[in-house]
Design a protein around this ligand. Structure first.
Ligand SMILES: NC(=O)c1ccc[n+]([C@@H]2O[C@H](COP(=O)([O-])OP(=O)(O)OC[C@H]3O[C@@H](n4cnc5c(N)ncnc54)[C@H](OP(=O)(O)O)[C@@H]3O)[C@@H](O)[C@H]2O)c1
Length: 346
């Protein structure tokens, strides 16, 4: 059977901040039948993830600028692939049967053909809402968990600073830090977000970085005894200010540099003399380096969820048509928690 498959694509490569007019919805035909011997799986998409890093795949980098080559460049006119959850509607793959709920690399589209069934995994338990497998139990959760425990190596009582703290990764890092007995301060871009961090998620303190003309002094105020751990989601001036306020043997997990994704001109950098004299470790990492701790991560996080020790923040936009606005909103601070686009209920 053939169906119309609505999908989202970029019209051309992006320069500067994204806007909704950079995207368009197109329609292709999808055959809901997997060819014999192909191992392909055809998935009806239910919910897809919207992530800041995708913008780096929408730019036309020259070869000397392919700092983002961990993810391949998107092609204008073709579907924007992304993590997602869906229901199998046809399969030539012995590991997947019609009706299975699966997570994997799908796309901003109604139906995805997953060649060879690669990167697809079955969700066997419906103990938690399936959207959690894109956030708290998915890539965002594993990023927070691996970055905080493997890179930051926290000790009880240490002082932790998290930027983009109400975002998908940041809110989980802050909650894990509290569970580890640390003192946690987060920053975010609105009063409403600051209230969520303090009142709902249990951060010790939080501030709106947009209200602070001098970030170094702001951090001095919030950390009079210095910062031991900085979980950096934004880079730029915030990284510079955090390093200036770090204690000896402090650790920085360089998770992302969203402040530079849409403004390649801004390149504030930490004072290297501070890094040397204070013996600070700044380590970049990718979640894909830490797949070996997946089982431990799922089991620990599931326990936290069962005992309500951790809150889930999801921010869901309805309908595939909302994907461009949802994506653009990440760079305007619209989301609180994991940004998702809901495509279909079943
Ligand atoms: N290393 C890895 O493997 C890995 C994996 C996943 C994500 N990441 C990175 O982690 C970071 C957070 O990702 P996420 O998925 O959790 O996104 P997110 O925090 O849920 O969404 C983006 C948030 O970033 C903040 N922001 C946007 N532009 C900013 C700017 N110019 N300066 C400061 N803050 C800005 C906004 O919040 P405010 O209102 O607070 O400004 C926005 O809501 C990103 O840098 C991402 O690329 C890395």
């Amino acid at each position: 059977m053939e169906v119309e498959n609505k999908y989202v694509t970029i019209k051309g490569y992006l320069v500067g901040p994204p806007s909704e007019s950079d995207f368009e919805l197109r329609i292709a035909v999808c055959v809901l039948k997997a060819d014999k011997g192909s191992n392909d799986v055809i998935v009806k998409n239910l919910c897809v993830s919207v992530d800041p890093y995708q913008i780096n795949r929408m730019k036309n980098y020259s070869s000397s600028q392919t700092s983002t080559n961990f993810a391949t460049r998107l092609v204008p006119g073709e579907v924007i692939d992304s993590n997602g959850i869906g229901r199998v509607v046809a399969s030539d793959n012995s590991e997947f049967a019609e009706g299975d709920i699966v997570a994997g690399l799908l796309g901003w589209e109604e139906y995805s053909v997953v060649r060879g069934g690669s990167w697809l995994r079955k969700i066997n338990s419906m103990e938690f809402p399936f959207s959690y497998h894109l956030g708290i139990l998915g890539s965002s959760g594993l990023t927070a968990y691996s970055g905080f425990y493997n890179i930051c190596k926290p000790k009880e009582g240490e002082k932790v600073f998290v930027s983009a703290a109400s975002g998908s990764v940041g809110n989980i890092v802050g909650q894990l830090a509290k569970l580890s007995g640390c003192h946690v301060v987060g920053c975010a871009g609105s009063k409403r977000k600051v209230n969520v961090l303090k009142d709902k998620l249990g951060f010790d303190d939080a501030f709106n970085y947009k209200d602070e003309p001098d970030l170094k002094s702001a951090l001095k105020r919030y950390f009079p005894g210095g910062i031991d751990i900085y979980f950096d989601n934004v880079g730029g001036e915030m990284l510079e200010a955090a390093v200036a306020n770090m204690n000896a043997f402090g650790r920085v997990a360089a998770c992302g540099v969203i402040s530079e994704y849409i403004d390649t001109g801004r390149r504030a950098a930490p004072e290297m003399l501070d890094v040397v004299y204070k013996r600070i470790t700044i380590q970049g990492f990718l979640v894909s380096d830490h797949m070996n701790i997946m089982a431990d991560f799922i089991s620990t996080t599931s326990d936290h969820l069962r005992s309500a020790r951790i809150h889930v923040l999801e921010d869901i936009s309805p309908g595939l048509d909302s994907a461009p606005a949802a994506f653009v909103g990440l760079f305007r601070g619209h989301n609180i928690g994991k940004k998702l686009v809901w495509i279909s209920d079943n």
